[in-house]
Each structure stands twice: as structure tokens, then as C-alpha cells.
Unconditional design. Structure first.
Length: 254
């Protein structure tokens, strides 16, 4: 008996919707896993950020009485402390669970504020830095940009790195005009490489995680089917090793 066209079309649509929902759930699961990894890394990197911030503060100790620079220094310390504490304790608070989305929103706000605070702080220090100190600050900028390539998701990495890249170009142009255009070209080239790495690394990690999850799901499905076959089928099931020896048989065969 031939199935009516309308019924076949309905079955295809239902199958497509089920696959779409499954894909959305899979993407959401991978994104949540990425945020868990990023939270663990951020809990440690925030402490390193505090150490670097303090080291920069003491390097410019002759300008400790600059009120605006001091305010930026204190705000950076507070933001890093808040980020580290938040990333270490969020799993104990159901309100900030990864699945709820609240953790992602708060985390993205914190790292955007940290990136923006850093570039404003560096801009302020550049106004009274000598050549050696200017090189040190540019080194800090390169280090900050590099940290964004270590983990996903892409949005979180871009929210941290884009204020730093944009602000650094403005600092170079305003402070040095066009006398050091090779620095601008080199910096933009490195920034392009860093952003490309963010997209590439995150895409590859995303694909690998989805592949691992699908493989685990397939393996579990096969295991359930085999167990059901062993328990209910009238046939025998056995497995042999490379030498042809039987090493595992179904209960019915035994």
C-alpha cells in the first residue's frame, strides 16, 4: 500500500524539525562546554592579570599621584578580582548556571570592561612614559591580545580583544602621528593574525567537540541495541579476536 503524499511530507517535516532541534541542543551543549573551559582558564588568568597590573603600577611609581591613572588601576584590580571569584564560585550558585545564560552575559560584560579598562589605563600611562616604558606597554598589549586565542566562544574573545586593538591603533596615531607607520602596519598585521586564529581555533574545537559528542551518542545507541539483541533475540551473538578465538558470546549462546 502506497503512503499518501501528504503523510510522507508530514513525516519528512517532523523528521527535519527533530533533527533541527537535536542540532540546536548539540550546539548549545558545545557552547556550554566551551564556557566551562573558559571559566576555569579565566579563574587563573585573572590572578596573573592582577600581578601584571601591580607590576605596571610600580613601574610608573613616579606618577602614582595621578588620580585618573590610580582610579583605572584600582578598577582593574577590582574587575580581575570579581572575574576570578565569579569563575571559581558560579557552579555553586544555581542562579548563575551555565545553562541559564546568566553566567555568559555577566562574564562577557566583565571581560569587555577589563579590555576597555586596560586600553584606557595604557593610554593614560603613555602620556608620561619614556621609550623603554612605551615598549613595555606595547608588550603588555600584545600579551593581552594573545590571551584571547586560548579558548572560545568567539563572541567572548572578541569582546575582550576588540577594544584593545581599536584603542591601541588610536593611541599610536594620536601619540606618534604617522612617523612610526611601520609599527601600525606590524600591529595591525599581528591583530589580523590573532583574530583569524580566534575564528580558526574556535571553529576547529567546535567541530571536534560536536564530533566527539556524536560519536559518544552513536556508541551508546549501538551498545543499547546490542544489549537488546542479546536479551531478546532468538539468534546467537558472539565476538572473535584477531586470531579467530571466541572471546565474548551472548547469554543465550552460552
Amino acid at each position: 500500500m502506497t503512503m499518501p503524499f501528504a503523510q510522507r511530507l508530514r513525516m519528512l517535516l517532523e523528521t527535519g524539525n527533530a533533527n533541527a532541534r537535536e542540532s540546536e541542543d548539540l550546539v548549545r551543549q558545545v557552547e556550554n562546554d566551551q564556557f566551562i573551559v573558559r571559566a576555569k582558564l579565566s579563574a587563573t588568568s585573572a590572578l596573573i592579570g592582577i600581578i601584571i597590573t601591580v607590576a605596571i603600577y610600580f613601574e610608573f611609581q613616579n606618577n602614582r599621584y595621578n588620580a585618573f591613572a590610580n582610579a583605572l588601576f584600582i578598577s582593574l584590580i577590582l574587575l580581575y578580582t570579581l572575574l576570578s571569584t565569579f569563575c571559581r564560585t558560579y557552579q555553586y550558585m544555581k542562579f548563575f548556571s551555565i545553562e541559564s545564560g546568566r553566567f555568559k552575559n555577566i562574564y562577557n560584560i566583565l571581560i569587555f570592561l577589563i579590555g576597555s579598562d586596560w586600553i584606557i589605563y595604557i593610554d593614560r600611562l603613555m602620556s608620561f612614559a619614556d621609550k623603554l616604558q612605551s615598549g613595555l606597554l606595547f608588550g603588555v598589549v600584545i600579551g593581552l591580545i594573545s590571551t584571547a586565542t586560548t579558548a572560545g566562544p568567539i563572541l567572548s574573545s572578541l569582546l575582550f580583544v576588540m577594544p584593545i586593538i581599536t584603542g591601541t591603533v588610536v593611541i599610536i596615531v594620536l601619540n606618534y602621528k604617522f612617523e612610526v607607520w611601520p609599527i601600525v602596519v606590524c600591529f595591525l598585521g599581528y591583530s589580523f593574525l590573532a583574530i583569524s586564529s580566534i575564528f580558526y581555533v574556535n571553529r576547529r574545537l567546535f567541530e571536534r567537540n560536536i564530533g566527539s559528542i556524536r560519536l559518544a551518542q552513536t556508541t551508546e545507541t549501538i551498545r543499547i541495541l546490542l544489549r537488546d539483541f542479546e536479551e531478546n533475540a532468538s539468534d546467537w551473538l558472539w565476538e572473535t579476536d584477531a586470531s579467530g578465538q571466541i572471546k565474548q558470546v551472548s547469554a543465550r549462546f552460552a
